[in-house]
Ligand binder design. Sequence first.
Ligand SMILES: NC(=O)c1ccc[n+]([C@@H]2O[C@H](COP(=O)([O-])OP(=O)(O)OC[C@H]3O[C@@H](n4cnc5c(N)ncnc54)[C@H](O)[C@@H]3O)[C@@H](O)[C@H]2O)c1
Ligand SMILES: CCCCCCO
Ligand SMILES: [Zn+2]
Ligand SMILES: [Zn+2]
Length: 337
Amino acid sequence: MKAAIVNEFKQKLEVKEIPVPTLEYGEILVKIKACGVCHTDLHAAHGDWPVKPKLPLVPGHEGVGEVVKVAEGVTSIKIGDIVGIPWLYSACGECEYCLTGRETLCHDQLNAGYSVDGGYAEYCKAPANYVVKVPSGVDLAEISPIFCAGVTTYKALKVSEAKPGDWVAIYGIGGLGHVALQYAKAMGFNVIAVDIQDDKLDLASELGADLTINGLKCDPIQEIKDKVGGVQSAISVAVTKKAFEQAYGSVKRGGTLVVVGLPNDELPIPIFDTVLNGVSVKGSIVGTRKDLQEAVQFAAEGKVKTNISTEPLDNINEVFERMEKGQINGRVVLTLE
Ligand SMILES: NC(=O)c1ccc[n+]([C@@H]2O[C@H](COP(=O)([O-])OP(=O)(O)OC[C@H]3O[C@@H](n4cnc5c(N)ncnc54)[C@H](O)[C@@H]3O)[C@@H](O)[C@H]2O)c1
Ligand SMILES: CCCCCCO
Ligand SMILES: [Zn+2]
Ligand SMILES: [Zn+2]
């Protein structure tokens, strides 16, 4: 099968023929139709983070497609089902986290497109118990980004504990941020979109943002204080440290910063201000299978619409170059025949 392979960090991916995965007990084989390109895939290809991915690696954790084979032990999925293979590829199912609805914190989890091969390929295998079904009648390229960008930002908004009517700021209106603001609106929040590129902010306005701020043209902290007195929650899904510092400074007393974006950097948090203002800082990683089912349902009902452009798998290196330059508005989705 055709696949895009990371052989070495910071080198171009190689698109070549590799064997179709063989199934083990409880696994399914999915013919991938579409796979969104998450900035995490670029971090993986660059070896940006302290925990490195396997090499060689087939990236991709927004892969969706048709089940073409099921192994012994599979009961929940059948041939012909349409499913997605998310970041949470598998977990142990037995630890304190798996037993309390926090499987994304499982120490024994595997991650698609990072610790095991993912969706940048014609076929991808996965444990049947950790894929999530796609409702019928849904466009596969459009639903693909929900399998990471969607579930991650939906979960982050839940983690923020904002209430309907609260002001919420989304820093970084890229693949994650452009769906984050839609989930926020659907959940009843007032939304401020912050980015450093006007085309992203134009998209944010089209998608329903109540206020947009270009962080290069003014100080978002001051602007947010002047306009709404600070936000109850700030969700940072940007890729540079500056956004996280600004997001922290935007949060009003008793509010929450949810850290989602993953520049390999530090976030200096002022101790005195954090205590005096009773500010919470929470990390949030993807979402559980249940969160994903809910996030998919929002999209299937038209409450969230991904802004996508499609590219063939062969163009992945050009797509990564554009992503690195911040030239992708919304999400690029790789399509496979
Ligand atoms: N925690 C998780 O579970 C999780 C899940 C998915 C992605 N991520 C991470 O989230 C980050 C974003 O992913 P993506 O696919 O949306 O990336 P993207 O490249 O599509 O979007 C990043 C956005 O950040 C904006 N940005 C950059 N600097 C900024 C600044 N100073 N202020 C405001 N905006 C700024 C860019 O203009 C762009 O719009 C990545 O680091 C990715 O690894 C984390
Ligand atoms: C810690 C890495 C989290 C990445 C989630 C999928 O983009
Ligand atoms: Zn991702
Ligand atoms: Zn576990």
